[in-house]
Design a protein around this ligand. Structure first.
Ligand code: 1HN
Length: 348
């Protein structure tokens, strides 16, 4: 190639003097930084990383004695990407954390413009209420709390419950429109009965005459028992994808698109002995192993994973999965944003 965008001009005394003088007017020379602003391919400071659940769990449990869910508002250990220190994010656009709720606790009702998902890691008996409609958690369940919906968490059971939170908070913060509001009471009043969202919108039917205007899935609870059965059934009569094994997207039933406008969510089965091809995309992928074990080669790194581990494949990192036994991986990604903005690319 005869021309490279990576060219950095030579610094001379007179140039340095000129740059120094224009700084008084809050102006800087683009040609000194253009090579960093316009890399030929996506560059991210995020790095591939795994949060080993066995190593993280003692700290999560210890946090119960450090602060209550109510005092903390949300008792969450942020999964901070080691390449993005002090930014509370797992990728440039996505946030992830592990949240603990103990029997009898409440995490007070609030709402915010960033949207969130919960993927249940361990325990049973806790719930998330959306506008007062409770969704009871089982390991492997996905529960959504879309933008600006009132939500609180509670726990009627008797074992600690931990879930993985995923939010588009870094993206929304970068764009600007972060709003949040506490509900005046700790708990939102009782709303519709448990399961109402699935009956209303998740049964291949919808209420007669209802206009659906939300950009988010009106189904907000996706139980693992059903999702696993779906993916497993499809895997028996479907050609395997060389990159993804058998991978299905959770959908907003009113659009067929992603469950929330900014975050896509997937469950994939990697059959015993699967050794996949490289996948490369502009989007970042947070993976969480529900069952099985294996490894994912991300760039030059190899991440070994087993049930309850969480790991990140940052934007544009080639990555390929290998499974020991039959394995199930949940994932969430900012891919829908890239697609909506016409910026998405991959190597499919
Ligand atoms: C939030 O509201 C929750 O509702 C969890 O459980 C994690 C991280 C940042 C900002 C808000 C929740 C959060 C959060």
């Amino acid at each position: 190639m005869s021309r490279a965008l990576q060219h950095k001009p030579e610094m001379t005394n007179s140039r340095a003097d000129f740059y120094g003088r224009m700084a008084a007017e809050n102006m800087t020379p683009l040609w000194e930084v253009l090579h960093t602003l316009l890399a030929e391919e996506p560059v991210t400071d995020a790095i591939p990383h795994k949060w080993d659940y066995d190593s993280c769990r003692p700290y999560i449990m210890e946090s119960a004695g450090v602060i209550s869910a109510e005092e903390a508002e949300r008792r969450v250990m942020v999964l901070e990407n080691p390449g993005l220190k002090d930014r509370s994010c797992i990728s440039e656009a996505l946030y992830a954390g592990l949240q603990l709720i103990m029997p009898g606790e409440v995490a007070p009702a609030h709402r915010h413009s960033p949207c969130a998902l919960r993927f249940i890691v361990e325990g049973t008996g806790a719930y998330t209420a959306l506008n007062g409609e409770k969704a009871y958690m089982e390991p492997g369940d996905l529960i959504l709390t879309p933008s600006w919906v009132w939500h609180d968490h509670g726990h009627d059971g008797d074992v600690p419950v931990v879930w993985l939170d995923g939010l588009d908070l870094p993206l929304v913060r970068g764009l600007g429109p972060v709003f949040a509001e506490p509900y005046p009471e700790t708990e939102f009043p009782q709303g519709r009965p448990t399961g109402d969202n699935m009956a209303r919108y998740g049964g291949n039917m919808r209420p007669f005459g209802e206009k659906i205007t939300s950009a988010n899935s009106p189904v907000f609870h996706f139980p693992y028992a059903e999702i696993r059965e779906t993916v497993d059934t499809v895997s028996r009569a479907q050609d395997i994808d060389a990159r993804h094994g058998f991978k299905l997207e959770y959908i907003n039933p009113t659009t067929g698109g992603p469950v929330m406008p900014t975050i896509g969510t997937y469950m994939q089965k990697l059959p015993k002995g699967f050794a996949g091809d490289d996948y490369q995309t502009t989007a970042a992928w947070v993976y969480h192993c529900v069952e099985g074990s294996g490894r994912t080669h991300i760039g030059d790194e190899t991440i070994e994973w087993k049930a309850r581990d969480t790991f990140i494949a940052p934007a544009w990192y080639k990555h390929r999965h290998e499974a020991d036994g039959d394995s199930f991986l949940f994932s969430f990604t900012d891919q829908p944003v890239h697609e909506k903005l016409g910026l998405f690319r991959d190597n499919m």
